[in-house]
Design a protein around this ligand. Structure first.
Ligand code: GDP
Ligand code: IMO
Ligand code: MG
Length: 423
């Protein structure tokens, strides 16, 4: 018998593709939205009714009526950041106590994890990853190293002892760095936040999600970061510390691969990246600066300017393949409105050789081979029907569909919920 499946939204580039907006737009068709990896390194923006909101740990379904939001076991949680976020949401929409559940198996980011992240990055100097400094790497290290502290531990009598033991271990590690720190204030906030979060159910979300699936509840899994930041298949070592691909949905929520239904792969009509690492189509010229200014390409979590460049089909085809994408969603098309010519990398060149498969090193030394498209030179942002799109833009869409073998189901033409064209 065919089993019920859940759908997935995830980013196909280096993050910040617009996942928050898309999840918010799709949520009315779902009753549950679940985050499966990452943590407060994520910044997911939602824009509606003139308001702008950035979510870090809470799933992007939280602003829709009748939706339960799940923080899955694959997520890492900083209680201070999570509580701040919850209180800000509640200021807008009232209590969300009955709209949010948290996995007992999710790992906690300790104040000392953040210090370790900062110390490690400072020690790396020029070769730093460009981490968001939220303690993500050290927390996942403790998870795989089997030292971590989990949400479920909060409810046990040994919690304080376990916390102290892990903190002590971290202090030993920090002593090896030339790094000054003081966590007194943050630690107090952290303990207070832990107390305050106890009003939310800490549960076995894997059972909860599987039962919901069994009962026919429509569920959407929300990815964080992007496929090219995946710990295994991204541009290692300039990646995050979790599996951002569809595969991560299974381990990060506890559902079987056969339970994965539609995979909505999101990409920008161009590319951005924040932090260090290879970026074959990166622009250092006026076009790059225009993309950054028109697209407001500044980090939603750190405020850092994002690096910008043209769309990269070599990378996109790779991530479509790795995720088993069933439908594509193209974001920020409106940012290209004023360009005379739009370029897309269709291959790379290295040492006189043409490369069409995404390379192991992320294309550190390659030169992109571009195909050029005439710009549409009209504003897309007011359009709501595919039929009304200019011909040149439709050509751009068709080319991407042909190359990836995947239909573009949704085109986003502005940050607001409403600025969305569904085909
Ligand atoms: P996420 O991390 O994938 O959720 O993406 P971010 O929120 O970090 O970054 C996406 C940015 O683009 C946010 O500022 C959004 O408000 C904005 N955005 C989303 N879709 C569109 C679009 O179609 N056009 C424009 N101009 N901005 C968009
Ligand atoms: P969302 O969900 C863009 C990047 C950081 C850095 C690298 C490692 O908003 O798309 P980490 O803090 O995870 O150790 O940083 O990954 N990075 C992101 N870039 N969007 C994100 O999330 C990111 N989360 C992490 O800039 O290069
Ligand atoms: Mg973001």
């Amino acid at each position: 018998m065919e089993k019920n499946k859940l759908d997935v939204v995830l980013g196909l580039q280096w993050g910040d593709e617009g996942k928050g907006k898309v999840v918010d737009v799709l949520t009315p068709s779902y009753k549950m939205v679940a985050r499966f990896q990452g943590g407060p390194n994520a910044g997911h923006s939602l824009v509606f009714g003139g308001d702008h909101f950035v979510l870090h740990t809470v799933p992007s379904g939280v602003f829709r009526e009748g939706t339960v939001n799940v923080i899955g076991n694959g997520v890492v949680i900083d209680p201070v950041i999570l509580l701040e976020e919850i209180l800000a949401i509640e200021k807008m929409v009232g209590s969300i106590t009955d709209k949010l559940v948290i996995s007992k198996r999710a790992h906690l980011i300790l104040p000392t994890h953040r210090m370790l992240d900062a110390a490690s990055e400072a020690a790396k100097g020029k070769s730093k990853i460009g981490s968001t400094l939220k303690g993500i790497g050290p927390t996942y290290m403790d998870k795989t190293g089997r030292n971590g502290l989990r949400v479920g531990d909060i409810l046990t009598p040994e919690f304080q002892d376990k916390y102290n033991a892990l903190k002590k271990k971290h202090q030993g590690l920090l002593a090896q760095y030339d790094f000054q720190y003081d966590i007194t204030d943050y630690e107090k906030q952290w303990m207070d936040a832990i107390e305050a979060l106890k009003r939310f159910p800490f549960i076995d979300t894997e059972v909860y999600v599987n039962q919901a699936l069994e009962n026919g509840t429509p569920i959407l899994a929300e990815g964080a970061q992007g496929s090219l930041l995946d710990i295994d298949f991204g541009t290692y070592p300039f990646v995050t510390s979790s599996n951002t691909l569809t595969a991560g949905v299974c381990t990060g929520l506890g559902i079987a691969p056969s339970r994965v239904g539609n995979v909505f792969g999101i990409f920008k009509a161009y590319c951005t990246r924040v932090g260090s690492g290879p970026f074959p189509t990166e622009l250092f010229d006026e076009d790059g600066e225009r993309l950054r200014q028109i697209g407001h390409e500044f980090g939603a979590t750190t405020g850092r300017p994002r690096r910008t460049g043209w769309l990269d089909m070599v990378a996109l085809k790779y991530t479509v393949m790795m995720n088993g994408v069933t439908d594509l969603i193209m974001m920020k098309s409106d940012v290209l409105d004023t360009f005379d010519t739009i370029k897309v990398a269709v291959a790379y060149e290295e040492n006189g050789k043409t490369i069409t498969d995404f390379p192991y090193d992320g294309g550190e030394h390659v030169k992109p081979v571009y195909k050029e498209f005439p710009g549409w030179k009209t504003s897309l942002s007011g359009l709501r029907r595919y039929e009304d799109f200019p011909e040149a833009f439709k050509q751009y869409i068709s080319f991407i569909e042909k190359e990836t073998g995947c239909r573009i189901k949704i085109v986003s033409v502005g940050p607001d919920r409403e600025a969305t064209v569904v085909r």
